[in-house]
Design a binder for this molecule. Structure first.
Ligand code: SF4
Length: 208
């Protein structure tokens, strides 16, 4: 079963080069202070949840018009029904892009082994010694490293990205974070948007 807390019906910027819909899963195991999806963090949010069938019906209507579906969150790999959802979406003819925080490499490995993904984007929150600060919780760092390895070896499109928070990152992380990845992997820094942040004061409101 997938707990879904949101749907963006059309996006030109979430799946590079593709017209896509974005589905947002409910629940995340991180608490990044810069997160702008605060309503998606708890595992349940009854007032906002959208039945999976409703979203699949919407996607069925858009088959042939949209090219891809982005599964974002929250953290999608926490959802027991993720593989089935990816399969259903692919069977409609969509490309599937997964956005992940990289905390569950075994799930990524299985989705890749089952050929259910076309694109993975993984957040790299910070250098490993400071991961807990940017993730807002203690993180299994071995899992993060493993996810980087799994994604780097996968034969699909991949992107690593870091939301740059001037109030929390150290300047040297500008080069230390990309250096955590194999040279062949693409990495981008994304701007921090304080107006939507979970804990804007912790992030140094307004700094960029
Ligand atoms: S930004 Fe952090 S807290 Fe927010 S959904 Fe992503 S991983 Fe979870």
């Amino acid at each position: 079963m997938m707990r879904l807390g949101g749907l963006q019906r059309f996006s030109l910027c979430d799946y590079p080069g593709k017209m896509a819909a974005v589905v947002f899963t409910q629940g995340c195991n991180f608490r990044c202070p810069f997160c702008h999806n605060g309503s998606l963090l708890l595992s349940r949010n009854p007032g906002r949840e959208i039945p999976g069938e409703e979203i699949l019906a919407f996607l069925q209507e858009r088959a042939g018009m949209l090219e891809g579906v982005v599964i974002s969150g929250g953290e999608p790999t926490l959802q027991p029904g993720l593989a089935d959802f990816c399969r259903a979406v692919r069977e409609m003819g969509f490309l599937v892009k997964l956005d992940t925080n990289g905390s569950r490499p075994e799930i990524l490995k299985q989705l890749l082994a089952d050929n259910l993904l076309d694109f993975i984007a993984m957040d790299i929150k910070a250098t490993l010694d400071r991961y807990h600060i940017l993730a807002g919780v203690q993180v299994d760092l071995a899992a993060i490293i493993k996810s980087i390895t799994v994604i780097s070896r996968a034969n699909i499109q991949a992107l690593f990205r870091t939301t740059w928070v001037a109030g929390l990152h150290r300047q040297e992380e500008r080069y230390l974070i990309p250096a955590m990845l194999p040279e062949t992997m693409r990495h981008v820094f994304q701007p921090f948007k304080p107006e939507h942040a979970l804990q804007p004061d912790l992030c140094g409101r307004g700094q960029s």
